[in-house]
Design a protein around this ligand. Sequence first.
Ligand code: MN
Length: 387
Amino acid sequence: MFFIAVLATLKPKITPKKITKKILSKKTIKKVTPKKITKKTSAKKVPKKITKKTSAKKTTKSKRTKVICISHKEDCDGISSAALIRQAFGGDAILVDYPGQMEALNQVVLDEKLKSLFICDLGLSKKTQDEFIDIMKTLRKNKVSVTYIDHHDIDPNVVKALEKIKVKVIHDINECTTVQVYDTYKSKLNDHASFVATCAAITDYMEDRPIGSKLLQIYDRQFALISATVMTYNIVGHQKEPDYLQYLVEELAESKFPHDIPNTFEFAQIQVEKLSQMIAKVKKGMKTMKNLGYMEILDAGASGAVNFVMGLSGKDVGVAYKERVDHGIYAVSVRGSKNCKVHLGKIVNLLATSLGGSGGGHDKACGAVVPKPKIKKFITELNKKIK
Ligand SMILES: [Mn+2]
């Protein structure tokens, strides 16, 4: 009881205060970056530019100086990819979830200072891929260098279309995104970057892959596991605090171990406590169909509950979904057990698209965005398709 009380008092202390102190006490570079993003993207100086353009034509090109990495904010792989891109190329990260992905792309495409764009750990679906290609075309027309790095299932025609317009595509479904970033740019990265990549591989269940397993061998397995897990809990528990996620990117880019980032282990303990409560809630609220277990989640992320839904239902597929009130949709997480023989990512991509949403991912772990009124249909149809 006492311990819980201590943790409870820790919680409010952790995020805002510490970060502010940290950032302020750090080098000025840090202080400047978050501010810059907001200013630049929110208030553009279109009139100024045009005037300059007409007076001196050829300055337009050299004006583009910005490096931006758009990456997945919901897990260790996305955050770590952004960190390694930052270490290798500098620049700023824009951290997004799947519903926010296209919005961010539509924003950066308008940025007249953008020189180089990296897009990391953000898979495409039938719903989003055409718009994605269109945005890439505009970027390439503006001579922005674009690199797309990912490991989710992708339509081969999309890869062809992207390569045709000279978007650099780094795509391997067998290694997590951060490992691919590490492997591609290791000459620009320090030794510690291999540890960041190792943790990302662990959280994406990909530490057994050819490169991932070699990286894990460098480090003590238990040390890597606890670091990866603590990182994950801090990322998942701070989804509504974009400043904290940015701070994690910066700390990882500066080669901090998770345990060297203040309060990460204490915060992880709070998350573990919440998860143990989730087990109890899932046991109560979970429902089953012939081939799957499912549950609506009200007070936590769907992705944190979905493994419990699968495991405790005794089925080979688990579905957890949470309403995004502001978007009028459900964010859906789907997991398959080792016995699940179908490719859930492909099935969910087609099914969610047919219902006016989007989705996709891996064979045994994927997600979807489903319009609110279609969620029951999504579950019953999924149940039919996975027998
Ligand atoms: Mn990933």
